[in-house]
Design a protein around this ligand. Structure first.
Ligand code: 6GU
Length: 253
């Protein structure tokens, strides 16, 4: 029933430690999600447990060897079954909410983390199903990317969030972009701003419409704010119409 993530890494204790806390930890405790970590080093066969070597052609840095990576993949496949294999690499297509929603439907996901200059490219060519990057910046390894992906995907699974509606309302969510939200749009918006008590903090107030609390008015205001904020901060996400003059935009700091 639950979803399984198989993380392949040289730092299994760091990955496992992070996953014990927070929302993913709770989901694991409730058996909605399971995460296994496999250490490539356990599959190195020489006396020094070597997992890396100098690159062919010469260049600074080291490359992860293919044999321990493939041995780890094959061991886990034999023990616990096949999985959708994802290589974490800055050279991959960008992970986003659309990808998260697709992966949330996959029962077993393998996340291959590289260190050093990366993994021997024959792994990407012949032993993985897809590559993913979490953005245009360089991490020392794929572990942080794997954790980001696990958290983004696991929270979309039934029962993981306290309130399933909150996932549909998130910034970037594609689920709540139905006709009533905005008929002409098919992509994601940033969320409207949120406020809670007190209504006055050192003279800083809360928009009147939220305090008055008429549901239809609140819904209209939120839609307008989400649209304005998306337009102002993320023109790449879309609003096709131009920004109308008027009400203040509650920008994210
Ligand atoms: Cl998936 N891996 C590494 N090493 N760096 C990254 C990344 C992944 N995504 C963005 N930067």
């Amino acid at each position: 029933s639950g979803q399984t993530f198989e993380v392949f890494t040289l730092f299994p204790e760091a990955v496992a430690g992070f996953l014990r806390g927070g929302l993913v930890g709770k989901a694991v405790a409730r058996e909605l999600v399971s995460v296994h970590c496999t250490d490539y080093r356990e599959f190195a066969t020489d006396r020094y447990r070597t997992v890396d070597d100098a690159p062919y052609g010469g260049s600074p840095g080291m490359v992860m060897k293919i044999e321990p990576v493939v041995a780890a993949l094959e061991h886990v496949t034999r023990e616990r079954g096949p999985m959708h294999r994802i290589l974490l690499t800055p050279a991959g297509p960008r992970f986003d909410q659309r990808v998260a929603e697709r992966l949330a439907t996959v029962p077993r996901i393998g996340l291959l983390c590289g260190r050093y200059e990366g993994i021997d490219d024959r792994v990407r060519e012949h032993f993985v199903d897809e590559c993913l990057s979490i953005g245009d910046f360089v991490l020392n390894g794929g572990e942080v990317a794997a954790l980001a992906i696990i958290e983004a995907v696991a929270r979309l699974r039934e029962g993981v969030l306290g309130n399933p509606e909150s996932a549909a309302r998130d910034s970037f969510s594609l689920q709540d972009m139905s006709s009533e939200t905005c008929p002409e749009d098919h992509g994601a918006w940033l969320e409207h701003p949120h406020f809670t008590r007190p209504p006055d903090f050192r003279g800083l107030g809360v928009p009147d419409v939220l305090l008055a609390g008429a549901h239809a008015e609140v819904a209209r205001w939120r839609r307008e704010q989400a649209w304005r904020r998306t337009w102002a901060l993320r023109p790449d996400l879309r609003p096709q119409r131009s920004l109308p003059a008027g009400a203040p935009v509650y920008l994210v700091a």
